[in-house]
Design a protein around this ligand. Structure first.
Ligand code: IMP
Ligand code: MG
Length: 332
C-alpha cells in the first residue's frame, strides 16, 4: 500500500476475493477499483454469508471504502443493480466511470450462439462480443444510461487524487494471467489482457504510481473451460486430494493440476510482482486450517511456502488457511 494492484497468477479463481476482503478490513482500504467484467466472480465470506460478486468491488465489507468501477470495465447493468441490493451498499459509496462500456443482452446471446466461443468454453456472459463492440466504437457507455446516473463519476481523477493524498487504493484485477488475451493460452483465453499493467490501464493509473503488485497463487491450480493445462489430474484424483471445486460464477466443474513453480516464477516476473499471497494452504495441509501464525504451521507447510519464495523470488506475505476473510497468516 498505498497503491496496490492485485493480479491472479494462473487461470483465475485463485482466491482474490478473499485476499481483497482481508485487505479491506485490516488495511482499512479507502478505495477499491474493480476492472474487467461480469464473467469473473469474486467470493467474499462475511459472518457466515457468502457473496459471489461479478460487479461490485470485493472490498464492500469495509464501510468507509469507496467502490469504483474502472473506465476500462464493462458493466452488466442488471447484475450490478442486483448486487447493490444483495450487499446493501449505500449508493453514495459507489462510482462507475462515465467511460465504462455496457454489456447488453444481445452480447450474451451472441456469445452463446458462437461455435468458436462454445469450443473455448466461455462463461456466456457476452464479454467477448461486448468488447468487440467497444473496439468497433459503437458500444454504449455508462454515461449514456439513465439508470446508472446516480453512480456516474470521473473515477480516473478520483483514483489519482486519492493516490496523491496517500490513501489506501487497491486496483482489483479479475481472472488470471493465463487467461490474458496477449500472454495466456490463446485462443483459450478471455477477451482482454488480465495482467497487472492492463489493470492499471483500465483504471487509468500510470505504472510509476503503483507501489505494490500482489500476485495471488493458490496451492493447486484450477481452470474452467477448454484449453491446455500442464499437469492436469483427473476429477476423481482431484476429489481424493480435496482439490475439487465448482466455479463461483457458472457452477461448472473446475479442472485441476498441482502447483507449477516454473509458471509461478514466470508470471511473477512478467507482472512485476513485489508480493505474493498463497490461498488454500489448508487444502494441501489440513493441519493448517484456520492458523493465524506462521510458527504454528507444520514443517512441510512452511517448507512449501519457503520453496515458493525461493523459486519465484517473491515474498509470500499473506497465506490463506480457511474461507473466512480473517483466516489469514499476515507476514507483512
Ligand atoms: P469469457 O471470458 O467468458 O469469454 O471466457 C473465456 C475463458 O475464460 C473461458 O475458459 C472461461 O471459463 C474463462 N474465464 C472467464 N472468466 C473467468 C473467471 O473469472 N475465472 C475463471 N475462468 C474465467
Ligand atoms: Mg472467480
Amino acid at each position: 500500500m498505498p497503491c496496490t494492484v492485485i493480479v491472479g497468477a494462473f487461470w483465475g479463481d485463485e482466491g482474490k476475493g478473499k485476499i481483497i476482503s482481508y485487505l479491506a478490513l485490516i488495511d482499512k482500504l479507502d478505495f477499491c477499483v474493480r476492472t474487467g467484467s461480469v464473467n469473473a466472480a469474486h467470493t467474499v465470506w462475511l459472518d457466515g454469508n457468502k457473496y459471489a460478486l461479478h460487479m461490485v468491488p470485493a472490498a464492500f465489507i469495509q464501510p468507509k471504502c469507496r467502490l469504483l468501477i474502472a473506465a476500462g470495465a464493462n458493466v452488466h447493468v442488471a447484475q450490478f443493480l442486483k448486487e447493490m441490493g444483495l450487499t446493501k451498499v449505500d449508493v453514495k459509496r459507489v462510482g462507475i466511470d462515465n467511460m465504462a462500456s455496457i454489456i447488453e443482452e444481445k452480447h450474451s446471446a451472441q456469445d452463446k450462439a458462437s461455435a468458436v466461443n462454445k469450443g473455448i468454453g466461455t462463461t456466456g456472459w457476452g464479454v467477448g462480443p461486448a468488447i468487440e463492440e467497444r473496439a468497433r466504437r459503437t458500444a454504449k457507455l455508462a454515461k449514456d444510461l439513465p439508470e446508472l446516473k446516480p453512480y456516474i463519476a470521473d473515477t480516473v481523477t478520483e483514483i489519482n487524487e486519492a493516490i496523491d493524498a496517500g490513501k489506501q487504493v487497491l486496483l482489483e484485477g479479475t481472472q488470471g494471467f493465463m487467461l490474458s488475451l496477449y500472454h495466456g493460452t490463446y485462443p483459450y483465453v478471455t477477451s482482454r489482457d488480465t495482467g497487472a499493467a492492463a489493470i492499471c490501464s483500465e483504471a487509468g493509473v500510470g505504472p510509476t504510481r503503483v507501489d505494490n503488485v500482489l500476485i495471488v497463487y493458490k496451492t493447486f491450480i484450477t481452470r474452467v473451460g477448454a484449453g491446455p493445462m500442464p499437469g492436469e489430474i483427473s476429477m476423481e484424483e482431484a476429489k481424493k486430494r480435496g482439490w475439487f471445486e465448482t466455479a463461483a460464477g457458472t457452477g461448472r466443474n473446475r479442472r485441476s493440476a498441482p502447483f507449477d513453480f516454473d509458471l509461478a516464477r514466470k508470471n511473477a516476473k512478467i507482472n512485476g510482482a513485489t508480493q505474493a499471497a498463497m490461498t488454500k494452504l489448508d487444502c494441501l495441509f489440513p493441519d493448517c486450517r484456520s492458523a493465524r501464525n506462521f510458527d504454528d504451521l507444520p514443517n512441510e507447510a512452511k517448507q512449501f511456502i519457503k520453496e515458493v519464495e525461493e523459486k519465484t523470488g517473491v515474498p509470500v506475505v499473506l497465506i490463506g488457511t480457511g474461507p473466512d476473510a480473517l483466516d489469514i497468516i499476515d507476514r507483512r
